[in-house]
Design a protein around this ligand. Structure first.
Ligand SMILES: Cc1cc2nc3c(=O)[nH]c(=O)nc-3n(C[C@H](O)[C@H](O)[C@H](O)COP(=O)(O)OP(=O)(O)OC[C@H]3O[C@@H](n4cnc5c(N)ncnc54)[C@H](O)[C@@H]3O)c2cc1C
Length: 227
């Protein structure tokens, strides 16, 4: 709980433009209290002996794009969020959130255009002034690029990019995931909304997706059955 509160109240909402943002006495003393220098693996091993429980406690950090041995114990805040605050989901599936946002936006007069890949961000005098979509130039007072940073930068002409191709080549990208959307004509027995399968070794899976990236030979699966 202490970690969660420190994380949410003092860390998450800082823009992280500079280390000095985190050099506040409250943050520094909090950081020492929440075992930033211990790995999550060691932290979990202190409290749990059963291998299955250890895996359950370690699993959430895979979502951060790292293995439990390389993740600071601070991130057991994810376990607190999952188990104490609860795992929430919208009735009818995640699409219901999008439906609600679309409805609200339309009520407010927003013109939403789907199937409209931005091909280029237009720049004049060093300022983004619009986008090119399906060959058409659309001008705007403000351009918000909410896609992946590398992709969004490449929509700018090379002279307006902050980072070079070489910079991006040297970065380690978090892996994507392989998703299947399946439809069934009957209810599946014993399935919950969230189902994590721990039938394969977690360490091997983590190694194969993070340390030595390849298709996992024995992947761990997660399934979501919209409620
Ligand atoms: C399997 C999976 C499970 C996850 N589970 C959780 C979870 O339980 N809880 C949680 O908090 N997070 C979860 N996440 C992470 C979360 O989904 C992402 O962090 C979040 O969706 C990122 O939002 P975003 O708006 O930054 O980017 P995105 O959702 O990626 O949105 C970017 C949008 O930009 C569009 N776009 C890209 N390029 C262009 C272009 N040239 N022109 C026009 N449009 C473009 C894309 O189509 C996309 O719609 C999960 C992710 C995955 C893959």
């Amino acid at each position: 709980k202490i970690k969660y509160e420190l994380g949410m109240n003092e860390l998450v909402y800082r823009p992280a433009l500079n280390w000095s943002e985190f050099m506040l006495p409250k943050v520094m003393s909090g950081m020492l209290k929440v075992s930033v220098f211990t790995s999550l693996r060691k932290h979990v091993a202190k409290y749990f002996k059963d291998q299955r429980l250890r895996q359950l406690m370690e699993f959430p950090v895979l979502f951060l794009g790292a293995t439990p041995q390389n993740t600071p114990a601070l991130y057991s805040l994810m376990n607190y969020a999952d188990m104490s605050l609860g795992t929430w989901y919208p009735m009818g599936g995640m699409g219901r959130i999008i439906d609600a946002m679309v409805k609200l936006a339309r009520e407010e007069g927003v013109d939403l255009r789907t199937d409209s890949p931005v091909e280029r961000i237009l720049v004049e005098d060093g300022r983004a002034v619009g986008v090119r979509v399906n060959g058409e130039d659309l001008r705007a007072d403000v351009v918000v690029a909410a896609a992946d940073y590398h992709h969004a930068e490449n929509l700018l002409a090379p002279e307006h990019r902050t980072y070079s191709d070489n910079y991006w080549k040297g970065r380690v990208m978090a892996p994507s995931s392989l998703l299947f959307y399946l439809g069934f004509d009957r209810e599946l027995p014993r399935m919950e909304h969230h189902n994590l399968f721990f039938d394969e070794p977690l360490d091997q899976h983590a190694r194969e997706i993070y340390d030595d990236p390849k298709w996992p030979t024995r992947p761990l699966l997660y399934t979501s059955c919209g409620t």
